[in-house]
Design a protein around this ligand. Sequence first.
Ligand SMILES: Nc1ncnc2c1ncn2[C@@H]1O[C@H](COP(=O)(O)OP(=O)(O)O)[C@@H](O)[C@H]1O
Ligand SMILES: [Mg+2]
Length: 403
Amino acid sequence: MNDIKILLASDDQELFSAFRAVMGEMPDFALVGVGRNSNEALGLVATEHDLDIVLIDENIGPTPAHDLVREISMRRPNCAAVLLSTSVDENVLTRALEAGARGVLSRQPSLEELQTRLSTAAEWARGISRWIGGGQAETVGGRRGRIVVVAGSKGGTGTTTLAVQLALTAAAKDKNRSVCLVDMDLQSGDVPSYLDMVHRRTIADLVEVAGEITGSMLADTLFVHPDGPHVLLAPVEAEQAEDVTALAARQILGALRSRYDTVIVDCGTFMTEGTVTAVELADKVALTVTPDLPSLRSAKRMVRLWARLEARKGEEVVAVLTRQTRKNEIQPDFAARILGLPLAKTTIPPAFRALEKAINNASLSKVEDDAFRKAVLQLAGELGIVDGEPADGGGKRIKAGAR
Ligand SMILES: Nc1ncnc2c1ncn2[C@@H]1O[C@H](COP(=O)(O)OP(=O)(O)O)[C@@H](O)[C@H]1O
Ligand SMILES: [Mg+2]
């Protein structure tokens, strides 16, 4: 086990010296910082990664100790807040627990007391970390999940619908597979309205700490959807899109890839430094195209842009025809020729009614359209998101450029 990391929130020099002395005799414990007031303590809680325990002096200010306990246990649910109090009685304990503390310690604890109480608190904190991190709160050295980017040739081509469906399908198909859906449509991300979710934290919260993202930060920032995928949302304000620089995108996606088996990124249509980086890092890029000339032309423009920026060459992108039926004037072989791109063997059929119903019921995991569901599953196989789903979609096979 790594050292148990402890932060002390107190401006009492004597108390600090006493704790430092006792902890010096406790080999598995490390006092990693001291916040001399509540603001300093909150700052350290935000920046000191993998903290196990925060010891909060009852005399801390300006924010009163109990409010600080509450704040810390909300911001870092996987960190044990322990109140330091002169008198430890039932009343003090009840109040502390109600505020969210894991316990109360005397301000002058014995070495033995400190050792046992802090070990218990740390064990609890690490248990929670594993739980909220889906068992992967620790960095998994060298692990590399698969990144699949879904981008849209134009708005309204079904990019978000497809990204959400692929994430839900991957999570449903294999419960052991950890799936993360990233809304990187940085200007107009709308994943929450497709997944019936409300969540405050977004990718913007990871930007400042992008160089040193830990499992617990991800646990704090991502939304855990009941149907399986963990979701990282797009910034709330469009102007924050620029904050997701190429470097930040690289660091954030790198951190996600080291912790999730599958990372599905909705890049939308509007390319930024950040989304182009996602395109560059992806193992697979799926570009959604509807069977009409404006969409096909936009797709070509998009691929040319990626090539110019050296993010991705055309042949490394697969186009996915959405809302495709045999009745369309533009058929897959013709689309492939215009695009000059490989086309996914699977095309996504129209499912207007079923999607409308699912969205209105806020349950995109239950789209009542067999052909649509089958196509998504098959495409997931083609993109390497689920295992062993060969694209055998009767009559829909198409080779790039074939006629
Ligand atoms: N295969 C489909 N058949 C019918 N309607 C679709 C299909 N895919 C998406 N839609 C609908 O098109 C609209 C735009 O979809 P969306 O996924 O938000 O597109 P984008 O992200 O490319 O802007 C939504 O109302 C959605 O329900
Ligand atoms: Mg979209």
